[in-house]
Design a protein around this ligand. Sequence first.
Ligand SMILES: [Zn+2]
Length: 404
Amino acid sequence: MNDSAPIPASFRTSGTNLTRAKTHNHRVVLEVIRTRGPIGRTEISEITSLSRQTVQNIVGELQSRGVVEMKAQEARGRGHPGMTVQLKPDHAFSLGFHVDRLSVTATACDLHGRIVWQSGGSLDAATPAAANDRIIALAEDFRVAEPDLAPRLLGAGLAAPGPFDPAGKTGTSADATAFSEFGSPANLGRLQETLRLPVVLQNDASAAALGEHVYGLGRRYTSFAFIQFGMGLGAGLVLNGALYAGASRNAGEIGHVMVDPDGPSCSCGNHGCLERYLSLNALCEKLGLEPTAHASVGRIEALFEAGDPAVLGWIDTVAPLTRQMVSIVDRMLDPEAIILGGIIRPDFLQAILDRAAPLPRRLDGAPQSGRIHIGTSGASAVALGATAVAVDALFAPSVSHLLL
Ligand SMILES: [Zn+2]
């Protein structure tokens, strides 16, 4: 896994004082606290193989710097409840920007994923320049609205629809759901300079996966796939405790897996891609709605709630493809869990899963039930996940694999 590529070099020398982790041991302990806290010091010692005294010293130092705090353990059965350690939530904040071709949603979170500020705005044009302008304006809004929190910003995470241009060049993708040139290194560099913050980009599915990994359901798992059901269809992959972004940050583009070689052409240049059938874009086409994230999703949700036969019929027709999708993810990755999320209400996603039952059995013969979940963050998963992109990058993902 190449874990240095997605992080701008300047990230490591940013002005934040959150992780002045002096030693390798400090970073490892901090990573355990971040990913598994609240956690007891004895358990940290067991996981890291560091002596209890060393862990105690490091935790004490992190505490004195205000990075972590002690918390009384919830009493379980008999015996004295001990103390656990967790990140101090208001020690730092991250800004996340969910960027699509129409709008930008900005979210600021503390280290526990509690949203402290949210705003958004539409784009004047579907161009990277317009997205940049909006992001810069929203960041300024945050600094004005929350002057006490702004100095504690540790970075900005960006989530934008993939696929990204593999070479980081500009504007080669004609994908209706793509925003490839936005993710070019030159553009990210400009943004980083103007925002005066480390900037990290992931595709929207990877960002949502990180959101679950850092704040949500994914905290329970070391390896899981997050499937983002949006205008396109993508997956974010957390493998062995770290996001797997892929060589060109396009891992998990399951929407562009070919399921019918004779199927309709896809904007990626191939034919019969999964998302030509299984995505909100495909449903919009079926219903004669404009494939725009804002107006049409609300319309689909209203139709779904009213039991509209066209929407329910579509859910039935995609059931075989849903089974195929689960089968592909399961066979390729053997994850502990598959989490389904997206920009539409959770009961719609649940209906897709329910109508696809029974899902293909696992290779060990066990049923999939209990292993597939609906994401915890709902439609805000990507925006929240964008903040997690910054948090995850800051906390030195290179140490994640040491825990396993
Ligand atoms: Zn395609």
